[in-house]
Design a protein around this ligand. Structure first.
Ligand code: FRU
Length: 474
């Protein structure tokens, strides 16, 4: 075994040895890093009846340092096994990070694609100089053990006019294989590069996909897929200006409808943000064996200065969102937690106007009158629909948001709201997923106060079961 890999494995074992899974704010069913830092979901797939979630993992640095891929798997997306780290940065072409990428499943095989990140030492801007981004291919016969990494693309394969920011391969199969990569041009415009291949390893450039007018300077983590026959391009653009209720986070994630021919003439239309909360970035989707298109995102955001996560003091940071099934309705995408989550419902609790609950519950509110309403958590978090001014908002006071203040979306009608609270994360699904808010929060007490300003007869509340994520090293 490569000496560097051996060293990193030993360090990892030390770092993961004393994990305290009982710490305050560890979630019950959202995926977290065993220790240290987590960011993007990677390599999402279903392989031989099991769901696989890889993730950007910095076990040695809670603020995000050297990135590896961590690995979880599950039979039902509820009970997950942590399988360890299959990809360390142990090669000259991924020395400074095994960056984001995807999985392709075919017959008995699982293939992973990722970006090998290299930063040269010296006086560089790391945009046009000093950085190398390799596309790397890895094969597996069992979804657990991986063969030698193969570097299949280098900067010269990405073409002219680009900065050195080219990354995050997403591969899928149609009549041939396709790959998209996110990139930043020399004019500081975010674009997606489309490639095709007959054999999964040799890729031919097909097209640059972007908007006519510049829409941010860099597009990270692209994903191109079809939902009910409509082609969708999901990207995480950086550099959009905040508008009244839109683009409030430092970086965004959303999708375009791709009309026309992705390899020829096309248009990108109707960009819509996936999520309106404070903590959401770099989503990726996959198709499961039941034919569902499922999205998982990082419930976090890079480079944010205005708010933080107090779990840093406990040596870990960030989570992934719940897996959300995507549905195409009324010309847009609705997102709902996969139905497996209903298994987590414990006893149904009687709803009262004021009540103390464990921060581990699901609340469903049917707003039969269609009027304004709000629900408060600890008096410091207000989740409200305002019928007169047609918006939905989550707002924070005091310490509970660790710097988070307010996020909102224009909304004419709110017939239903489902709120999932899991210790230090909440996800709000409005009108069965027409709009979604994902946000971290940090309650001080083991029970939190709920206060309803709505018709509580139309509320249903369940305790949700937690499970501890098992450690199952292979
Ligand atoms: C998105 C991202 C990706 C990159 C990865 C590195 O959050 O910046 O573009 O591959 O994170 O961790």
């Amino acid at each position: 075994m490569n000496v560097l890999r051996k060293y990193l494995m030993e360090q990892l074992e030390k770092a993961e040895k004393d994990i305290d899974t009982k710490q305050q704010w560890r979630a019950g069913y959202h995926l977290m890093p065993p220790v240290g830092w987590l960011n993007d979901p990677n390599g999402l797939c279903m392989y031989q009846g099991e769901y696989h979630v890889f993730f950007q993992y910095s076990p040695f640095d809670v603020e995000g340092g050297l990135k590896f891929w961590g690995h979880y798997k599950s039979k039902d997306m509820i009970h997950w096994d942590y399988v360890g780290v299959p990809l360390f940065s142990d090669q000259p072409f991924d020395m400074h990070g095994v960056y984001s990428g995807c999985a392709l499943v075919e017959k008995e095989k699982m293939y992973l694609y990722y970006t090998g990140n290299v930063k040269l030492e010296g006086d560089f801007d790391y945009i046009n100089t000093g950085r190398e981004s390799y596309t790397v291919f890895v094969e597996s016969d069992d979804g657990i053990h991986f063969k030698d990494k193969e570097c299949i693309m280098t900067q010269k394969d990405y073409g002219e006019g680009l900065t050195l920011h080219v990354r995050d391969p997403k591969v899928w199969k149609e009549e041939q294989y396709y790959m998209v990569l996110g990139a930043r041009t020399k004019e500081d415009k975010g674009v997606v590069l489309l490639y095709a291949s007959e054999d999964k390893k040799h890729w031919k450039f097909q097209n640059t996909i972007t908007t006519e007018q510049k829409f941010g300077y860099m597009w990270e983590c692209p994903d191109l897929f079809s939902l009910d026959g409509q082609r969708i391009l999901s990207v995480s653009p950086q550099g959009l200006k905040a508008e009244q209720r839109n683009y409030q986070n430092i970086h965004q994630s959303g999708y375009f409808l791709l009309q026309g021919d992705m390899t020829g003439k096309y248009t990108l239309e109707n960009f819509k943000e996936w999520d309106r909360g404070f903590d959401f970035y770099a989503p990726q989707t996959f198709l499961d064996e039941k034919g569902r298109r499922i999205l998982i995102a990082w419930a976090g955001i890079p480079d944010e200065k205005g708010y933080t996560n107090p779990t840093i003091k406990d040596g870990w940071q960030h989570m992934l969102t719940m897996p959300r099934e995507l549905k195409w309705k009324n010309g847009k995408i609705y997102q709902v937690p996969v139905e497996e989550f209903q298994q987590l419902r414990g006893e149904q609790i009687e709803v009262k106007n004021h009540m103390l609950v464990y921060p581990s519950f699901e609340l469903e509110y049917q707003n039969k009158s269609g009027e304004s309403f709000f629900v408060e958590i600890e008096k410091d978090i207000k989740i409200a629909f305002n019928k007169e001014q047609q918006y939905f908002e989550i707002s924070f006071k005091g310490e509970i948001g660790a710097g988070r203040k307010s996020r909102s979306v224009s909304l004419k009608q709110c017939d239903k709201m489902t709120l999932f609270v899991d210790q230090s994360i909440l996800e709000i699904y409005i009108n069965d997923g027409e709009e979604v808010f994902c946000t971290r929060f940090y309650p001080q007490n083991s029970k939190i106060m709920l206060y309803y300003h709505c018709n509580i007869k139309n509320c249903k509340l369940w305790n949700t079961k937690s499970y501890s994520i098992r450690r199952n090293f292979v």
